[in-house]
Design a protein around this ligand. Structure first.
Ligand code: COA
Length: 326
């Protein structure tokens, strides 16, 4: 059953940290970061928390949809860097929007959180055709980045992307045609934020260790990311009898330009159909494709009538693809 994205929005903190700024903090260089990842800068929150970023993106998405917060019946916050363990971040976003009453839950599928949430929203609108589901993917990854670890601190950024999903076509009326969402927990150890979870509790007064921050085996993640996103996109295209010529644009998780280009190449996509903004935002995890979608809608990259394929990959591992009809 098709559901529709009626409006999209994004928000990124004002403060920008360039690769040159990072040269001052760790032993790295702009040249190394750009060559290995494509990233040139990232936005970093200063005093703002995940729900602040999420609420800003949500306001933009509601305005884009021509709706108000009072219309919202459900809030889903996709995040792996919530404001707190409890309460969840979705309730705090709802509160900041002046809302009481909506179902409000967090969804953690790491960098696949936005598309997992779109599919959840689609299911909710199938159950209740009157539902107005606010999907907010928001991350303050800088709070869980080890700023002394050059292998990871150069990769991530903060930001939020939001979408309003309804059963009926209104506003932008972007059809969510299909979603394929997958995971494989055998790879769990390759990309983690362990500290503070029940498997790695902290005692009162105990200083946090390296495991409190993002830890990653970059090379292995790279390989499985390319393989998984390529494979799920091929199956999605096959399922709908589509070739790459039928796609207007391809949007992969914005983690690393080399990963994005490798997947594009394996799918035989011409470079001009492969979306990239990772250069300016870094990897914003769940927010990444949400930001991409909002940015591309605002600047006309995703023109009406075009089919757009989204694909993501993240810790877990989780991955998937969503086919959109603009
Ligand atoms: N600056 C300079 N040197 C760095 C560095 C940095 N920021 N980070 C790592 N290095 C060094 C390493 O220490 C290593 O040095 P050594 O050979 O002396 O040990 C060398 O650079 C090469 O490291 P390697 O890990 O082989 O580099 P790479 O080409 O695999 O690139 C990543 C590293 C992290 C950019 C890459 O593996 C990657 O992008 N992986 C996927 C990460 C990702 O997207 N994760 C999120 C998915 S949701």
């Amino acid at each position: 059953m098709t559901a529709y994205i009626c409006g999209v929005g994004l928000y990124t903190p004002e403060h920008i940290v360039t690769n040159h700024d990072l040269e001052e903090r760790v032993e790295t260089s702009d040249e190394w970061i750009v060559t290995r990842t494509g990233i040139r800068q990232r936005h970093i929150a200063q005093g703002e928390v995940t729900s602040d970023l999420g609420a800003q993106a949500a306001r933009a998405a509601l305005a884009d949809a021509g709706l108000t917060a009072a219309d919202v019946t459900h809030v889903i916050c996709a995040t792996c860097t919530p404001d707190s363990y409890c309460p969840n971040t979705a309730t705090q976003i709802a509160h900041k929007l002046g809302l009481t009453g909506p179902m409000a839950m967090d969804l953690n599928a790491a960098c696949s959180g936005y598309i997992y949430s779109l599919q959840t929203a689609r299911a909710l609108t199938a159950l209740d055709p009157e539902a107005v589901v606010l999907v907010v993917a928001a991350e303050v990854l800088s709070s869980r980045v080890n700023w002394t670890d050059r292998a990871t601190c150069v990769l991530f950024g903060d930001g939020a992307g939001a979408a309003v999903v309804r059963a009926q076509a209104s506003g932008r009326a972007i059809g969510i045609v299909d979603a394929m969402l997958e995971s494989d927990g055998r790879y769990g150890e390759l990309l983690t934020i362990l500290g503070g979870g029940s498997a790695r509790p902290y005692a009162p007064g105990e200083p946090v260790g390296d495991d409190f921050f993002i830890q990653m085996n970059g090379r292995e993640v790279f390989k499985v990311a390319v393989r998984s996103m390529t494979d799920v996109c091929r199956r999605m295209l096959e399922r709908h009898g589509l070739g790459v010529d039928d796609l207007g644009m391809f949007v992969a998780h914005q983690a690393n330009l080399r990963i994005i280009e490798a997947v594009g190449k394996k799918l035989d996509l011409p470079a001009e159909k492969v979306f990239a903004n990772v250069q300016r935002y870094g990897n914003t995890s769940a927010a990444s494709v949400g930001i991409a979608l909002a940015e591309g809608c605002a600047d006309g990259t995703f023109a009406p009538g075009r089919r757009v394929l989204l694909t993501t990959f993240g810790a877990g591992f989780t991955w998937g693809a969503v086919l959109l009809q603009f």
